[in-house]
Design a protein around this ligand. Structure first.
Ligand code: PLP
Length: 395
C-alpha cells in the first residue's frame, strides 16, 4: 500500500514528517560545535515541556524502561524501601524491575480501574515515622488501562507527612501530551521516552531530575555504569556526551520541543483533552464503557474500551490491522482480551481521531458487535465541531 494510515496504538505514536526528517541527518562530528547546537536546545526544550526551571535533563540512548532503570539505579541503594502501587501493567513492570535490583518494594495492590490509591499511600507514609521509605513511585498515566493518577496529590501527601522520600514519576505516556508540572509537584525524577508525546522514533530515554535527585545520585549505591547520570551531567555543560550520542534522535528532540512550544503547551494539552472527549463520546454512543471508572481519572492520551463479556477484545485489534491496516492497542496483562485501546497521544488531530473511531466501528460491526455505523463518529463530530481550536479562535 502506498498510503500510510495513522496509528492508534498508545505509542510509538504518529510522526510528523518534519520530525521524521529531523532525525534523518548526515553524520556530523558529535565533538563539534554542530552537536552543541542540537544538544543544548534539546535539553532546554525538554526542561520547558516538563515545566521546570532547574531540572537536570538527561537523555540516554534507550527506551522508557531504560529510564526506569536509570532512575532507580542512580538514586537508590540495595535494600532501600520504595512505595509503589500495582495498578496496571506498567506499574507492575516497574515494581518488578525494582525487585530485580534488590530494592524492597512496599507494594499496594489496587484496582486497575482506579487511579493510584492515595488513601493507602497516605496511611503508609504517615506510619513510616523512621523514614525507611526512600522513594515513592507514581505512574502518571497507566497506558494499559487509560487511567491517570494525581501526581500533585501524592506530593501533598508527602509534604503533609513531612516525608523526605524522593518522588519518582513515570510520565512515559503523559509527558508532552498531558500537563506535567515538575517544579510545582516537586517531582524528583520524571521519565519518558522519545516515541510517545515527543512524536519521535523509539530510542531515547528522557529523564528530568531535581537538584535533590542529583544530590541523591552522589551517594546511591546500586550498580550503574552506562546509565550513570553523573557522567551525563558532567559532560553536558561542554556539550559532550560520555559515549556516542544518537545525534539524529537528539536533533528530532530539539525540533519536537520547538513544535510543542510553538503550538503552546496549554494548547497541546487542550488538543489532547478535546480529542479524548470525542473518543469518549464515541465509546458511549457505541453503548460501551471505558475500563477506567472515575471520570476524573480518564486519560487524555489513551482510552481502554471494555467489550461485552465473552467477546475477545483483541480480535478487534487483529481484525482492524488485517482488514483496514489500522493499528489499535490490545489489552495487556490482567485486561488482555477484555479491552482494546485507542491511543490518541502525540501527533493527533480531530480528523485523524475520527478516522480511528470510524475504523473501530467498522471492525466491531464486522465482528458482530451491535454497533450502528456512524454513531461514534457522529458523537465525536459534535464535540470536535463545537470545540475545534480554530472555531474557538474565531469566536
Ligand atoms: N511506562 C509506561 C507508562 C509505558 O506506557 C511504557 C511503554 O509503553 C513504558 C513505561 C515502557 O517504555 P518502553 O517500552 O519505551 O521501554
Amino acid at each position: 500500500m502506498y498510503t500510510q494510515n495513522p496509528v492508534f496504538i498508545p505509542g510509538p505514536t504518529n510522526m510528523p514528517e518534519v520530525l521524521r526528517r529531523a532525525t534523518d541527518l548526515p553524520t556530523i562530528d558529535h565533538r563539534s560545535a554542530a552537536f552543541a547546537d542540537i544538544l543544548q536546545p534539546a535539553l532546554a526544550g525538554v526542561r520547558k515541556v516538563v515545566k521546570s526551571e532547574n531540572a537536570e535533563i538527561v537523555v540516554f540512548p534507550a527506551t522508557g524502561s531504560g529510564g526506569w532503570e536509570a532512575t532507580i539505579t542512580n538514586l537508590l541503594s540495595p535494600g532501600d524501601k520504595v512505595l509503589a502501587a500495582r495498578c496496571g501493567m506498567f506499574s507492575h513492570r516497574w515494581i518488578d524491575m525494582c525487585q530485580r535490583h534488590g530494592l524492597q518494594v512496599d507494594t499496594v495492590h489496587s484496582s486497575w480501574q482506579q487511579p493510584l490509591p492515595l488513601a493507602e499511600y497516605e496511611k503508609r507514609l504517615f506510619a513510616d515515622k523512621g523514614h525507611d521509605i526512600k522513594a515513592v513511585l507514581v505512574t502518571h498515566n497507566e497506558t494499559a488501562t487509560g487511567v491517570k493518577s494525581d501526581v500533585g496529590a501524592v506530593r501533598r501527601l508527602l509534604d503533609d507527612a513531612k516525608h523526605p522520600a524522593l518522588l519518582l514519576v513515570d510520565g512515559v505516556s503523559s509527558i508532552a501530551s498531558m500537563d506535567f508540572r515538575m517544579d510545582e509537584w516537586k517531582v524528583d525524577a520524571a521519565i519518558t521516552g522519545s516515541q510517545k508525546g515527543f512524536m519521535l522514533p523509539v530510542g531515547l530515554a528522557i529523564l528530568a531530575l531535581s537538584p535533590k535527585a542529583m544530590q541523591a545520585a552522589q551517594s546511591a549505591k546500586l550498580h550503574r555504569a552506562y546509565f550513570d547520570i553523573r557522567e551525563m551531567a558532567k559532560t553536558y555543560p561542554s556539550s559532550g556526551y560520555p559515549y556516542t550520542p544518537s545525534v539524529g534522535l537528539l536533533n528530532g528532540l530539539k525540533m519536537s520541543t520547538e513544535l510543542l512550544l510553538g503550538e503552546g503547551l496549554d494548547n497541546v494539552f487542550k488538543r489532547h483533552a478535546r480529542i479524548a472527549s470525542g473518543v469518549r463520546a464515541a465509546v458511549s454512543a457505541w453503548g460501551l464503557r471505558l475500563y477506567a471508572q472515575e471520570e476524573s481519572s480518564f486519560s487524555d492520551t489513551v482510552s481502554a474500551v471494555e467489550t461485552p463479556d465473552g467477546f475477545d477484545a483483541t480480535s478487534i485489534v487483529t481484525h482492524a490491522a488485517q482488514k483496514y491496516a489500522v493499528a489499535f492497542g490490545a489489552g495487556l496483562g490482567d485486561v488482555a482480551g477484555r479491552v482494546f485501546r485507542i491511543g490518541h497521544l502525540g501527533s493527533m488531530s480531530d480528523v485523524m481521531a475520527l478516522s480511528g473511531i470510524a475504523t473501530a466501528e467498522m471492525a466491531m460491526a464486522d465482528l458482530g458487535l451491535p454497533i450502528r455505523l456512524g454513531s461514534g463518529v457522529a458523537a465525536a463530530q459534535e464535540i470536535y465541531r463545537n470545540t475545534a481550536a480554530s472555531a474557538i479562535r474565531n469566536a
